[in-house]
Write a protein that binds this ligand. Sequence first.
Ligand code: ZN
Length: 488
Amino acid sequence: MDTTVAYPAMNPANLRSAMTTDLSWSSSQPTELAAFPALHAEGIQVHNWADWHIPLQKTVEAYWGMQGEKDKRLYAVTDAFAQNNGQLGVSDARYVNAIKLLLQAFTPIEYSAHRGYARVSRQLGSAPIQTQTLMQSVDHLRHHQIQTHALSHFNKYFNGLHSYPTWFDQHWFLAVAKSYADDLLSAGPYEFLVAMAFGYNQIISNVLYVPFMSAAADNGDMSTASAGFSAQSDKVRHQTAGLGLIEFLIHQDAANLSTIQAWIDKWFWRSVRLSSLVAIMQDYMLPTRTQSWLNSWTTYVQKPLQPVFTAWEKLGLNAPASWDHACEQQMHVSHQTWLRLCRYSSNLTLHVWAPSPDELDWLSHQYPGTFDALYRPHLQGMAHQMATGKQAPVEPAPVLCGTCQLPVAGIDRKDANEQAQKHQGRYFCGLHCQQIFNLEPEKHSLQASWNTQAWNPLSELFDGDVGQFTGSEDQKNFDEWNGHVHST
Ligand code: ZN
């Protein structure tokens, strides 16, 4: 006869420990360092990992249950969107270019984050951090997958979504995102954790997965919006754990402070430069507009970080060195980036266009005092050039900054090359990027600069993907599907 064995009930705290931090194992290696050589990498000292209490920690069982439930809800929305021909209900075919940029630039970084966390989970041999980073690794794999699935429906109907992994690796236009991902993946375990905690999860996620995803819903795209919000629900957990980890590392050893401060300075600025792509999505690529880039920055970056900086004062940690400069720059960044990209419309992997008079007025209202004086005349001039086909011929690629890889305006290749001779062979968009390069010149020098050899086979992949939106196949098809007679 079977006998039921009664196990004493564990209290919730003990049960949680049993299912998370107590899942550790003992290595047969003679020392801990022999099993985990990266434990003291990058000069970081952790004396007792048992002091690390993970905020919002889940047991493995609860984690899978929660994520499975979120996926079920999300796929119900994406399936319904596809079955109801949701692509016909977006505000305008121009909108699809914003999600092309999401797929080309940001979805691959989610995969890099998955790889990075998986590696750290093996590198740092302590159960609390292993459990946390393993779940974060799975989260980022999920983000990569749900975005790919949500956007795959558009690939059946629109250009510019078919070869994004190749473009991410090789196109100069996406080098800002590629170099960010490569820098993350080639960092040591502690730099990676700080970069994700304060750079990607605080800056990029907060502007991409909240205001942009709200805007996606406003533009009729519930598929992308649902995937974005589903990802953001994980990222809130990552942000809390990440900021807690920075505090933990400083408490562990005062000598960690200066290294962590340098990483905060670096990754904040790298994330600010990468967020220039979100800025153009928000200000220029949404036919239905609700919130400007400047407003998104203020609401989701500038204000929420103030209490973080106040808390950091007690730790001896400062706000990033480029904080004031970055906040001032947000008044200009979307306009400057859009103008630069429009000059290269003939080989971007998405379509660009000149804003309509109504859209110029909206921008003027959102950026009082600067837009009309500095950018409206240029945008009107560009609209005229585009309409008359008189765009000045340009080189296949602009001059890119040696660190952030964004196009630098107002300099031709010859002058940039001359100036580059003085700075380790690179030209920089400004002082902050130059300082980052100088921290690790050998590493950043490995970043491939644009070259014709890589470009020629790549450009053969362009077929209906490039050029101005007006007159594009995307525009013609969308108008035809919706019963509009095309005017050109
Ligand atoms: Zn730069």
